[in-house]
Design a protein around this ligand. Sequence first.
Ligand code: HEM
Length: 475
Amino acid sequence: MDSSMLFALLLALFIPILLHLITRRKYSSYNLPPGSFGLPFIGQSISLLRALRSNTDYQWYQGRIKKYGPVSKMWLFGSPTVMMAGPAANHFIFSNTDLLFTGTSSLNLLTGRNTLMLSGEELKQVRSALQNFLCPEMVIKYVCKMDKEVRRHVKLNWVGHKTVKVLPLAKKLTFDIICSVIFGQEACSVRKALATDVQTLVKAVLSIPVKIPFTRFSKGLSASGRIRKVLRGIAHERETLLQQDHGTSSDDFFTYMLASRAEGVHSLTVEDIVDNAIFLLIAGYETSSVLITFMLRHLEKEPEVLGKITEEQDEIARSKGPEDPLNWDDVSRMKYTWKVAMETLRTIPPVFGGFRTASKDIEYHGYHIPKGWLVFTAQPVTHLDANLFPEPSKFNPARFENHSSIPPYCFVPFGGGPRMCPGNEFARTETLVTMHYLVTQFRWKMCCKDEGYKKDPSPTPILGLPVELEPRLPT
Ligand code: HEM
């Protein structure tokens, strides 16, 4: 090793240690929550990632709560972080306007200036544009697109197959659905160009944000650059069409955002629109595919629940001709199926937690949380608490028979408060449309009965959930 390399290595080791010591000194007058920062810069990131990957994250959170109480400090994904646990903490985090919505440092660097990173007037504009694009009145219009995508997908990938791997197929399906809504008619050509890069990007979201070649983060950064280039091209194309007045009848995301900008609804630049489209692509496919996958996994293990869903879906199928697409009324009738989905979201939430950044020094339960620190809540902490959900490991959709009996901020798969997931209605509808065609046409058995799953960062069956398929006809 030559002397300049040795110097660089020493500097790389010394700077984080120095930063760490400065941080400690800076907050000496604060009453910080208990807990240690651990190793400089890395802190507890690797330990949490390991717990997520070995599916022992609930035990990891419980371990901390036992050791330090419901509020504790640590160092996660490049930032000092306070973990808070329980419904009151969820309420505090989701509704406190001094806590700004945050992705991890990696997510921010990978996805750019999207809705997660904005605040004030800019956020108001973007959030309202996204909410309008995903509101129930718009989702009613998307049912037809979803139905078309699901039928095409089932015919191509499920019918006639003896075994299928559920997770990759569910990802492909939800990616195709979100692409059809974001890109409209161009969806087919665009989705092929983007599919692999979007997966690489998602994998990098929880990585440590250091640009070292061949790391997850570096690969994610390159993928993000390629995605941005493709989307920028489409955005400029749509802008030209709109200026020539040819694109106004199109209902894709880009045309919608550019047209609403022309009407003065918001003032986002093309780059901002591209960044939000990237985030929508990720948010819109990764989560719903996990829900669909784990619903099928639960149903295989719960014949009684499968029987009840089948009854509900067969009745809807009987009320229609074989080629009639599902409509909004049909989706509204799938009440039991949605309870099964909610119980799936409780037991295996696709998003493991929520992050916020303190925009100023704040106080919680007598502890100071300094400006700029992250605040973190983990969904399993309340979802699997026996005081809130008796027999939490039991799969029991009947818990949701009387939804209002569940105390607020305990069931939070979509987050809560003003930043609650605006795609929840979209996710509900695509999941129900998909379940209709799968439950009425197939029976499935897991190829590997004890296949486990890891969180990577979203829940992922180890083998991708291969299942043996049998065709069935609605009765
Ligand atoms: C089962 C499926 C889904 C789950 C479990 C889920 C969950 C979440 C969660 C936990 C958040 C953060 C909320 C918070 O911290 O308060 C979020 C935000 C978000 N989700 Fe979803 N989501 C799902 C599907 C979707 C879909 C299908 C879309 C789009 C079509 C979408 C778009 C978004 C957007 C844009 C945000 C950011 C909101 C903001 O910036 O205020 N999500 N989602």
